[in-house]
Ligand binder design. Structure first.
Ligand SMILES: [Cu+2]
Length: 264
């Protein structure tokens, strides 16, 4: 418990300092926070799970210099794990309760997050970020691309900006939006697509190549686990409110395998 050593140092300071330290220790008590993890597993048909080569009809010399490009909509990996699924915690629908934020996560440490277009695909294909972070949309390639980003017309109206070779733009003020993602496209290369989701808390993840996700230092208690893939909510439209889950304090709750398939 590093907080105790910090408490020991601060405890020698003035009475006010001591009082603040005690509150910090109490707020970060292990039993109030836990980890939640799980794995998104493919439950659709075999054909859809197979990698699909993209038709590259422009700038082939550059776009294909490192090999074929594949569609990233459904990326099914080891043990049928599904990559690029957004998972996050949310309060009960209709409640005005907010997710308490762990002391170590209150300040946003990384001020910038990045999306690049090194070889005619956006990397990463899916990006989750916090409101307050700046999205750097880079083009580290030798050819021109554009970044056409758009979310809900009122919250994240977006823009279409050309980003030349080795260029970058900074996108600030993206607003948290549980309902609508920000989609990113390059209109020069019609196959290039990415998805960005913005949260007003740090309790989100994007599944890795094996379908795994983990959310740490989450507030103990009952929440909803929302699961969204670029084809829609897990379980279809009725999945928009997510599943009830319990984060247990002081431990890791493994939700195990959560199946996912394309909407019907
Ligand atoms: Cu492009």
């Amino acid at each position: 418990m590093r907080y105790f050593s910090m408490a020991a140092v601060l405890g020698t300071l003035a009475a006010l300092g001591l009082a603040l330290t005690e509150r910090t220790v109490a707020a970060d008590d292990d039993k109030d926070w836990g980890t939640i993890k799980g794995k998104l597993v493919w439950a659709g048909d075999e054909a859809t799970a197979k990698p699909k080569e993209l038709t590259i009809d422009k700038d082939q010399m550059h776009c294909l210099e490192k090999g074929k490009l594949f569609n990233e909509e459904w990326v099914v990996g080891k043990d049928k794990g599904v990559k690029w699924v957004f998972v996050w915690l949310s309060p009960e629908p209709g409640s005005d309760k907010k997710l308490p934020i762990h002391g170590s996560l209150k300040d946003i440490k990384e001020k910038k997050v990045e999306i690049d277009q090194p070889c005619c695909q956006f990397i990463p294909h899916c990006l989750a970020m916090r409101e307050g972070q700046t999205l750097i949309a880079k083009n580290s390639s030798p050819i021109g691309h554009n970044v056409n980003y758009t979310g809900h017309p009122l919250r994240n109206p977006g823009k279409n900006v050309a980003v030349g070779p080795k260029g970058a733009i900074e996108i600030e003020n993206l607003k948290a939006d549980e309902k609508f993602p920000v989609t990113v496209a390059c209109n020069i290369h019609g196959w290039m697509k990415a998805y960005v989701r913005v949260f007003d808390h740090p309790y989100f993840a994007v599944t890795d190549g094996e379908g795994n996700f983990e959310i740490k230092n989450a507030p103990a208690g009952e929440w909803r686990l929302k699961v969204w893939h670029e084809t829609g909510w897990r379980g279809g439209a009725s999945g928009r409110d997510g599943d009830k889950i319990t984060v247990k304090g002081g431990t890791t709750t493994d939700l195990g395998k959560l199946d996912i398939k394309p909407p019907q």
